[in-house]
Design a protein around this ligand. Sequence first.
Ligand code: DX5
Ligand code: ZN
Length: 213
Amino acid sequence: MKVAVSYLKSKEDLESTIKNIEATSADYIHVDLMDGVFVENKNDDLSKHVDALKNCKKKLDVHLMMQGQALLRGIEAMSLLNPEYITIHSELENLDEMLTFIKKKGIKVGLAINPGTYAIHLRPHLKEIDKIIVMSVYPGKGGQSFLEETTSKLSVIREMIEDGKYQIDLEVDGGINDETARKVMPYVDTVVSGSYICMSEDMEKQIKKLKSI
Ligand code: DX5
Ligand code: ZN
């Protein structure tokens, strides 16, 4: 299981947190950006994130909780960092347009699915995406509890991927710790974990615990 570390909720400042993640065995830095419209919270000072991430050696896994013009700006700014993935939300209205916009930049594209959205909603897009992020909390903030119903949704989506032999990385995001990671492990390729790692005294120890599951 790969581990993507979200720095949304951390006990240290942005620069130190990113420097500390860089020194671990994490597979990705998971970049959460929120516009205050698609979700209530807002952290879209794009130049701040770009500056903090521009010298990173880790691969980037960008998760945009944004819509409209803010989303376009988010995609433009994040593409400067040459991330491996940019993931947008499957609940957006102009989904196809946005997927094409990202793919044209030569960046792999993902779709995130909220707890209230049915898995079947992803079906028309399976051929054109590289990642699915299943939200195991309502998006918008770090440190929430894992929603138990996520496990059955992950199992349905895993089956859809296997049946169609799609090359899609299945990722779960929200409330992941060593206990919840054990529940999702049979289905996912990657877990996003934020506060479990960034609020701890020893990031590498937490990452190792997740990787050994
Ligand atoms: C939630 C974000 C997550 C979250 C993960 O809106 O997309 O990436 O910050 O943090 P934890 O692991 O604390 O739930
Ligand atoms: Zn996220």
